[in-house]
Design a protein around this ligand. Structure first.
Ligand SMILES: Nc1ncnc2c1ncn2[C@@H]1O[C@H](COP(=O)(O)OP(=O)(O)O)[C@@H](O)[C@H]1O
Ligand SMILES: [Mg+2]
Length: 363
């Protein structure tokens, strides 16, 4: 899929920006704090309705403005669709071809992006919650059903937690009903996450081998579900076992809302013990594996966003990224220095120069 055009209104430091893009490589060059990442952020936002770097949509609205608008025209298998998101104080409104969707979940899973940026290290160095966010966003991009189950899960979890917290005379029949609902959704989400992590493992070994000449990398899914036989019975028993603790602590103690994953290199878990270098390579492999899942399993050509990663990587890794991201994908690259990007890449690219929120297409 290709983003052919984008229009930004009052988005970050852009008051009014309209750009048309090349189907292959687009490069944004500019000094720091000029607005390069803001453009990639807007593309990411259009796809997943979340920023990759902040949790509050309000930050995206240009200072002193009351709304922000992103419009993108995406071409996919010769069909063109116009995606639009308007953000204001009350929230955001999403539409496709001017059909407004009440539920964000109806809008999602249409545009697929894979972003590489310095903050990605948080997926490894951050908390389990950062890793769950990664799983939710990436699986959600592939499966709309996943988003619907996740929304339901969060609702039931909230109801259950509120009941545990506020009710003094617990009705165990009612608690069992909530628990059963939660079990059903736990299992659904677990299956999606398990499949996604299995898929990552199917590709990551080969990718790691090309980058480091070694093969020993492994993504380990850590869930409270560890047995797939008689799964409902097993989970009922698990919830029963923690029931007293849950009543004491007044919250739901087990479930996929506590899931985690770890990455192992040479048999060692690197989230806590790996070097910075290992973290970088692992993230790179994880994202490249994701691209392979899109392409090979789902026949989707995602849009690739490379934010400021060229200055940090050595030459060999740059070549490897580009090798993996073949010619038929659309790529957006930001950098402060055009010379840090090889001629092979810049040769056919559209190059945009950015200064203080003004963008000029290079000759
Ligand atoms: N809501 C906002 N309103 C106006 N300007 C903003 C807003 N958010 C960020 N900025 C400005 O955007 C610039 C940073 O843009 P960014 O794309 O991160 O820069 P870079 O080119 O280094 O990637 C800064 O000058 C910052 O002040
Ligand atoms: Mg930046």
């Amino acid at each position: 899929m290709f983003l052919r055009k984008i229009e930004l209104k009052n988005f970050r430091n852009y008051e009014d920006l309209k750009l048309e893009f090349n189907k292959n490589i687009n490069i944004f060059i500019g000094n720091n704090a000029q607005g390069k990442t803001n453009i990639l952020e807007s593309i990411y936002f259009l796809a997943v309705t979340k920023s990759h770097r902040c949790n509050k949509d309000n930050y995206l609205i240009k200072n002193d403005c009351i709304f922000s608008k992103i419009v993108g025209e995406v071409e996919n298998n010769d069909r063109k669709n116009t995606y639009k998101i308007v953000i204001n104080n009350e929230g955001k409104r999403v539409s496709i071809n001017n059909n407004v969707f009440k539920r964000i979940s109806d809008y999602l899973s249409n545009i697929n992006v894979v972003m590489f940026c310095p903050d990605d290290l948080e997926i490894i160095k951050g908390t389990p919650s950062d890793r769950r966010k990664f799983l939710n966003i990436e699986i959600g991009q592939i499966s709309n059903e996943y988003i619907i189950y996740l929304t339901k899960f969060n609702k039931v979890l909230k109801t259950r937690n509120e009941y545990l917290k506020n009710e003094h005379n617990i009705d165990f029949n009612y608690l069992d009903i909530l628990t059963d609902e939660l079990i059903d959704l736990n299992i659904k989400l677990y299956k999606y996450r398990k499949e996604f992590i299995n898929d990552l493992n199917n590709y990551i070994v080969d990718i790691y081998k090309k980058i480091s000449l070694k093969e020993d990398i492994y993504v380990k899914y850590e869930s409270f579900i560890d047995n797939e036989e008689d799964i409902v019975e097993d989970l009922r028993e698990k919830y029963l076992r923690v029931r007293d603790s849950e009543l004491n602590q007044k919250t739901t103690l087990i479930g996929v809302h506590r899931d985690n994953f770890s990455i192992y290199i040479d048999g060692k878990e690197i989230n806590n013990y790996g070097s910075q270098g290992q973290h970088r390579v692992a993230i790179l492999c994880l994202k490249l594996a994701e691209i392979e899942i899109y392409k090979q399993k789902y026949n989707i050509k995602p849009i690739i966003l490379l934010d400021d990663i060229f200055s940090e990587l050595d030459k060999k890794k740059k070549v490897n990224i580009i090798k993996y991201i073949d010619k038929d994908l659309q790529i957006f690259i930001t950098s402060t220095d055009l010379h840090s990007i090889s001629k092979r890449i810049t040769k056919n690219a559209d190059i945009f120069y950015i200064e203080e929120g003004k963008v000029k297409l290079g000759e």
